[in-house]
Design a protein around this ligand. Structure first.
Ligand code: AMP
Length: 216
């Protein structure tokens, strides 16, 4: 089955999708990670992407949709993708449906992580991402330790868009462009609403138990 993890910035999509991917053998498809990789190459496309990310705006659908098709058409990932950060607007959601039909797959469930703006702000300020293993931590709520993180601490970095100025734009982009998708998936009876302010392990248990019930 294919899964969409949906929610505002810093709702915990990356952390939860990482855990699900590891434990249930899914392929985590994070469009944010793919775009940051391209931005780091400092190609002309990468420079454009970085500027949009740092403004808190979305990157154009054409760039994203091509990447998604490459992965959906790969048999290695057949029916075991967890989408993190995609779809991000209604046109991406509809495009994803048509690609899935073309490649004989479907979305089986959509988890919407619900978190207030104040919680997001606290999470953004403390967020650290390991540039080596890509795991995400938070210096206040989920700090990296010797047990949960094996890489050298020098790899821990702040994201360039995790600033108080950018987060306001990212949250507005979420409300205006991304949140309308909730209705789209609710109408298809695929939506599961999850309280995203709980602890990581509680959220994970809830998601895990829904996935298990859908698999049987
Ligand atoms: P994320 O890592 O999911 O928070 O994404 C970081 C940034 O990458 C977003 O603020 C957007 O600028 C860009 N981005 C990620 N996914 C998408 C997408 N599906 N469509 C357009 N832009 C995206």
């Amino acid at each position: 089955m294919n899964i969409v993890l949906f929610g505002p910035p810093a709702a915990g999509k990356g952390t939860q999708s990482e855990n699900i991917a590891k434990e249930l053998n899914y392929f985590k498809l994070s469009t944010g990670d793919l775009l940051r990789n391209e931005a780091n190459k400092k190609s002309s496309l990468g420079i454009k992407i970085k500027s949009l990310i740092d403004q808190g705006s979305l990157v154009s659908d054409d760039i994203i949709n091509d990447v998604i098709e490459n992965i959906l058409s790969n048999e290695k990932y057949f029916n075991r993708i967890i989408f993190d950060g995609y779809p991000r607007n209604l046109s991406q959601a509809k495009h994803l449906d048509s690609l899935l039909t073309k490649h004989k797959q479907k979305i089986n469930c959509v988890f919407s992580l619900q978190v207030s703006f104040n919680t997001i702000l606290k999470r953004i300020i403390g967020r650290q991402v390991c540039s080596n293993c890509k795991l995400t931590f938070n210096e206040f709520f989920n700090p990296p330790t010797k047990e949960n993180h094996k890489c050298n601490p020098k790899f821990l970095k702040k994201r360039s868009d995790d600033t108080e100025e950018t987060i306001k734009n990212r949250f507005d982009t979420y409300l205006n462009e991304t949140a309308p998708i909730i209705e789209y998936y609710k109408n298809q009876k695929l939506l599961y609403e999850i309280d995203g302010k709980n602890d990581i392990s509680i959220i994970y248990k809830e998601i895990h138990s829904i996935i298990s019930s859908l698999r049987t």
